[in-house]
Design a protein around this ligand. Structure first.
Ligand code: ADP
Ligand code: MG
Length: 317
């Protein structure tokens, strides 16, 4: 028996309603999701990666019940969002892209109010435990408006977890936050995942998806263009680079039919791009030496997610 996915998305379409423009013109309805399908495996940290405007928040907001889909189907923890909205909502905690709080509530009150909203009985409330988990125990009674941006972000994660959902979704949790806070959030997310929570996060940071996620789906212009285990996705970038410095200025760039591309700075630096399925770095160096080059220094560069992303979308991330 295979485990049912934590989330199932089937042929999801969202077309936003046409809007009124200036001078009575009509702005055509925007097709934000053009028929997207994928499953989020239970227990994973799943990255939904894509540039701004790709449709990530639209998808998350449909799961959250904040945006109505045009067509298609979504199941959360086996519950269809149309037929079983209540159970679907109880199975998911969502940290929205925008930070919104009533500034006059304290972190403790924010969590208690949310628990009340979900009807969590007193004995099952986790406000203190969650405040400690997001390192806000000492801010328990501070007004939300006095918290730093990073603290607010962490409070939102705690707020999403008050009803102990098996799935946590974070929409661009680290957009515009500093390196230190990003680290903290990654740790928090990993910790929750180790405790069994399935995590979905959207991001336009390749590095973040690469470091944190065990599976990545890439979305661009409302279309899913990849959905693979992170390592496999990185492996898709077949091109590798060997950069060498030679002993003396070259008269011309070295060339060989097995090279994909050669860049030469006009003096002693040469970068050879090659297809790793055809050549190894050692073979590239051997070819260069056969051409009479004396190699002084060598570095190689592994493909990373950025390469894959550029290859798949044709745009820089
Ligand atoms: P992402 O989160 O990946 O940056 P969004 O889902 O926010 O992308 O947006 C996808 C597309 O839908 C964009 O072109 C955006 O301008 C459009 N869009 C988003 N929200 C609305 C809305 N409420 N009304 C009309 N168009 C929208
Ligand atoms: Mg967004």
């Amino acid at each position: 028996m295979t485990a049912a996915p934590a989330i199932r998305i089937e042929n999801l379409v969202k077309r936003y309603a046409p809007a009124k423009g200036a001078n009575g013109t009509t702005i055509e309805g925007k097709l934000a999701l053009g028929g997207v399908s994928f499953d989020v495996p239970e227990g994973s940290i799943f990255g939904l990666l894509g540039p701004n405007g790709a449709g990530k928040s639209t998808l998350i907001n449909i799961l959250a019940g904040l945006v109505n889909k045009t067509s298609g189907a979504c199941e959360i923890w086996g519950f269809d969002i149309d037929r079983n909205r209540r159970n679907a909502s109880r199975s998911i905690g969502i940290v929205p892209q925008e930070i919104v709080f009533d500034p006059f509530f304290t972190p403790y009150e924010v969590l208690e109010n949310q628990a009340g909203f979900y009807g969590v009985p007193g004995a099952l409330r986790r406000s203190e435990e969650l405040l400690a988990a997001v390192r806000l125990a000492d801010k328990r009674n501070a007004y939300a408006r006095t918290l730093s941006g990073g603290m607010k972000r962490r409070l939102l994660v705690a707020k999403a977890m008050v009803h102990s959902p098996p799935i946590l979704v974070l929409d661009e949790p680290t957009a515009g936050v500093d390196v230190e806070l990003r680290r903290q959030l990654w740790e928090l997310v990993s910790e929750l995942n180790r405790e069994g929570v399935t995590v979905v996060l959207t991001t336009h940071y390749l590095e973040e998806a690469e470091e944190l996620c065990d599976r990545i789906a890439i979305i661009n212009h409302g279309q899913l263009i990849a959905n693979k285990p992170t390592q496999e996705l990185i492996g898709m970038a077949r091109e590798k680079i060997v950069a060498v410095t030679v002993a003396e200025d070259l008269a011309a760039a070295p060339a060989h039919e097995a090279f994909v591309r050669v860049e030469w700075d006009g003096t002693r630096a040469v970068e050879v791009t090659y297809d790793k399925d055809r050549l190894s770095a050692g073979q590239v160096l051997a070819i260069l030496q056969e051409e009479g080059l004396t190699i002084e220094d060598v570095t190689t560069r592994e493909a990373d997610l950025e390469d894959v992303f550029v290859q798949l979308t044709g745009t820089a991330g």
